[in-house]
Write a protein that binds this ligand. Structure first.
Ligand code: ADP
Ligand code: MG
Length: 352
């Protein structure tokens, strides 16, 4: 029923960040090389994500916003090898239950003829109309939580914090996605639209960081490419596709971190970005190791961190919670011990 759908939807879309995350990930999944996120009134009025990706094919118009519809998963076995962010088919369906959703979309074949889709709260297609447009998709989400009054009031009351969080999350996608032009803008209820930050479709994360945080920040960083050798213990790698020779498995940590010698002032937590295989995620245990090692050289400050942890998909599970924020890492203790040693080694070879 409607009520049940709404309650379940509220577990997928919990705040402003979930909306931005789901829409941006859909754009990335669609192969976009340009993504524009536009807020009105910090998202309280609307959040709009426009991309130049594949577009939605006409035969999918009826189903895209239905619960559990996804075009990304052909069989359950695919799950461990999945390359896309999405596969549950819950985001659009949940957004329909919690806000007013409209989509303008256009595939290569249809251009310059785009189609505007409107949906009912159930996710059922309400109507279509033809508009002009280029290849890609624009999703507009208006009046988030309009039918969950308590949640809506909560959002309005905490908007300052929520806004900080959502910009932080978008910074993270913009920094990690190479070859994607990211633009984020905001328009107050009364006033002009302002671009908050943008990247230029750069080939490297280095240039992305310069675009987002400035060249001064970048100059204070040192490139990091740590290789952690894990000794297989009981768990996912000891069975199934595990290597028969029992050789260790490599975890790579790629990115940029503050040079301890460089006095750049105290970094705030929004400048500590962690990813697993390019997927932004909070990793407090990893942050703790970075901060501790860094402070043993430079006690007064905390480092800027951009760290993408690249590892075998069997070594972690992102699918433990519906919003995919909780990540379970296999043998985290061993990773953290190795990280500590490698970081010390990295800093030792710097001019500390
Ligand atoms: P999921 O991402 O898990 O498949 P969603 O509810 O996020 O589920 O999206 C449902 C479907 O809508 C996707 O599988 C995809 O086919 C289509 N879709 C959503 N957003 C876009 C987009 N920006 N570009 C192209 N197709 C999209
Ligand atoms: Mg999705």
């Amino acid at each position: 029923t409607e009520q049940v759908h709404r309650i379940q939807a509220g577990q997928v879309i919990v705040d402003l960040c979930s909306v931005a995350k789901e829409l941006v990930e859909n754009s990335i999944d669609a192969g976009a090389t340009a993504i524009e996120v536009r807020f009105k009134n910090q998202g309280l009025d609307s959040i709009e994500v426009q991309d130049n990706g594949s577009g939605i094919a006409p035969h999918n118009y009826e189903s895209v916003a239905l619960k559990h519809y996804t075009s990304k998963l052909s069989s359950y076995d695919d799950l461990s090898e999945l390359q896309t962010f999405g596969f549950r088919g819950e985001a659009l369906s949940s957004l329909c239950a919690l806000s007013r959703v409209s989509i303008v979309t256009c595939t290569q074949q249809e251009a310059p003829r785009a189609t505007r889709l409107e949906f009912e709260a159930s996710g059922k297609l309400k109507g279509t109309s033809v508009v002009s447009g280029q290849r890609g998709t624009t999703v507009v989400v208006e009046d988030l939580f309009r039918n969950l009054p308590v949640r809506r009031r909560e959002l309005e009351r905490n908007i300052k914090r929520e806004w900080g969080k959502v910009i932080n999350l978008l910074n993270q996608y913009a920094c990690v996605q190479t070859g994607v032009k990211f633009t984020v803008s905001q328009q107050p209820t009364k006033g002009k639209r302002m671009v908050l930050f943008s990247t230029k479709g750069n080939p490297s994360t280095r240039e992305n960081i310069i675009n987002v945080f400035g060249v001064k920040t970048m100059n204070a960083l040192v490139a990091m490419d740590l290789k952690l050798e894990l000794i297989p213990t009981a768990g996912p790698l000891s069975k199934g596709k595990a290597r028969a020779d029992g050789s260790s498995t490599e975890v790579r940590i790629l990115g940029h971190v503050s040079r301890p010698s460089h006095g750049e002032g105290r970094q705030t937590p929004d400048r500590q970005m962690f990813y697993i295989n390019g997927r932004p995620c909070g990793l407090p245990q990893f942050a703790k190791v970075f901060n501790e090692v860094y402070r043993s050289y430079n006690a007064a400050q905390s480092p800027f961190i951009f760290a993408d942890i690249q590892l075998d998909t069997r070594l972690y599970d992102v699918n433990v919670s519906p919003d995919k924020r909780t990540i379970l890492l296999h043998d985290q203790g061993q990773m953290l011990d190795n990280l500590r040693e490698s970081l010390i080694e990295l800093f030792e070879t710097q001019d500390v």
